[in-house]
Design a protein around this ligand. Structure first.
Ligand code: TGC
Ligand code: FAD
Length: 392
């Protein structure tokens, strides 16, 4: 849906092609019609509605930017706008799409054999096969190069041992892209393995007790002597740059997605401020409320322009990791601030799931941490600015 005149103050709409607007609008209509009416319930009950998966597939959401194999072959701006609309629904909904598309289909498409692409991608595009991405481990989050998961060559295939933590879609996935070291040495030996549901020794367990991304599966994966055949090893990638290049793709989408959460919070706060009367006036008439709304809109416009420029550069194939980091870092932080500010405008009502602000506020805590924490992106930028690595 085109944004209201006030939310789209800088007429971003005029910078989009008809194709980009169409990609956005069908997903926006789907989210309005099918997700938002139940978003609070999904969050409250900690459930992800699996029934949305085939519907999203029909809209061309999965692997949207990939060519062939039943994927839509859209540009990155269209993909970003789709993620924006999904995250306007809920970060859990956007996470599902990000992981399926950017973190599972993308590495298979970029680094897989022809046979692997034929085997997995068409089913994933249709939402019939679900994927996940296992990089983080219990003891290695920001520093994935230290991972302990090991793959040992055994005859024709490999034997995998180790564990992965905080894996989105892990317990429902048919295929997991698992990153493991092949030797005892450094990150240069990291390779990607396609571990399939049901392989003996592979288990996935849901992580309980989350107060964030409740409408999303987040799992721990364990590998005990899992035999992975040679045909399930990604042949075209070795080293930490493999998983990190998938993250470039996903992080750019997250930068765009976070704008959707911010828009949802801003629109809810504005509507409430206009109708809620205190001291004989709508609270929107108070200067302090107007200042909050003005700050929100200003940051939304800036974040939208940043995301759009990022994706246009990505379409031209010339985006750098530092550019991606700046957008992820900025947009997620401002979305968090906007969610918090919207929550305050909503007063006591703002703490319930009748309104979206507190749900987005809690979800964005995860988004701030995953795909590189805010601090990691600060250090990536710091390294780009100074040439000095301050990670260790
Ligand atoms: P460093 O020495 O910097 O790099 C090692 C190798 O990787 C290359 N590289 C990249 N390649 C592609 N894209 C990037 N962004 C890259 N950054 C680095 C680099 O050139 C080098 O290649 P080579 O060939 O010279 O060996 O590695 P480091 O160990 O110092 O670590 C760098 C650091 C900290 C930036 C990196 O490890 C990092 O990004 N850490 C954060 C980990 C992270 O983001 N994990 C995310 C897990 S997935 C997830 O959260 C999904 S949430 C999904 C959802 O629900 O939406
Ligand atoms: P740590 O790395 O232990 O960091 C803890 C704190 O220390 C952070 O504030 C961090 O910024 C700070 N810190 C660390 N190093 C430095 C430094 N050098 N300088 C300054 N500060 C530093 N991972 C996957 O592989 N696949 C997934 O699908 C996935 N989905 C996720 C879903 C959810 C809901 C969540 C919450 C996480 C998910 N993750 C996933 C994991 C996520 O990528 C990690 O949580 C993230 O990389 C941070 O790792 P950590 O939690 O171990 O924190």
């Amino acid at each position: 849906m085109p944004r209201s005149d006030i939310t789209d103050l800088y007429r971003i709409d005029e910078l989009l092609s008809d194709e980009e607007k169409a990609a956005r609008d069908v997903v926006a209509a789907f989210v309005d019609r099918e997700y938002l009416p139940k978003a609070g319930k999904y969050f409250r009950h900690g459930t992800f509605p699996l029934e949305v998966i085939p519907k999203l597939a029909e809209l061309g959401v999965f692997g949207a930017t990939l060519d062939g194999y039943g994927c839509a072959g859209m540009g990155n701006v269209s993909y970003g706008l789709i993620l924006q609309e999904l995250e306007r629904g809920d970060s859990g909904l956007r996470s599902f799409a990000s992981v399926q598309s950017s973190l599972c289909m993308y590495p298979i498409h970029a680094f897989g054999s022809d046979e692997q692409k034929e085997r997995f991608l068409p089913g994933m595009a249709k939402g019939k096969l679900i994927g996940c991405f296992g990089l983080t481990e219990p003891d290695f989050g920001s520093d994935p190069g230290g991972m302990r998961t090991r793959a040992r060559k055994d005859g024709d295939g490999w034997v995998l041992n180790g564990s992965k933590m905080w894996i989105t879609n892990g317990s429902i996935a048919d295929v997991a892209v698992v990153w493991a070291k092949t030797g005892e040495g450094g990150a240069e030996s990291i390779r990607g393995y396609l571990v399939e549901k049901g392989m003996p020794g592979f288990t996935a367990r849901e992580i309980e007790g989350k107060f964030s991304l409740r409408a999303s599966f987040t799992s721990e994966l364990a590998f005990q002597d899992v035999r992975v055949p040679a045909r399930n090893v990604l042949p075209k990638v070795e080293g930490l740059n493999g998983p990190l290049s998938c993250l470039n793709h996903a992080r750019a989408g997250i930068a765009f997605g976070a704008v959707g959460a911010a828009i949802a919070c801003f629109e809810a706060a504005r509507e409430y401020a206009l109708s809620r009367v205190q001291f004989g006036k709508p609270i929107a008439a108070f200067q302090l409320t107007q200042a909050k709304l003005a700050d929100m809109l200003q940051e939304i416009v800036k974040a939208q322009l940043l995301s759009l420029r990022l994706m246009r550069m990505k379409d031209q194939g010339k985006v750098s990791a530092a550019q991606v980091s700046l957008a992820k870092r900025n947009n997620v932080r401002v979305a968090m601030e906007i969610a918090r500010s919207a929550r305050s405008i909503l007063g006591a009502n703002g703490i319930t799931d009748e309104y979206p602000a507190v749900r987005h506020m809690l979800n964005l805590e995860s988004v701030y941490t995953y795909e590189g924490t805010h601090e990691v992106h600060t250090l990536i930028l710091g390294r780009a600015i100074t040439g000095i690595d301050a990670f260790s």
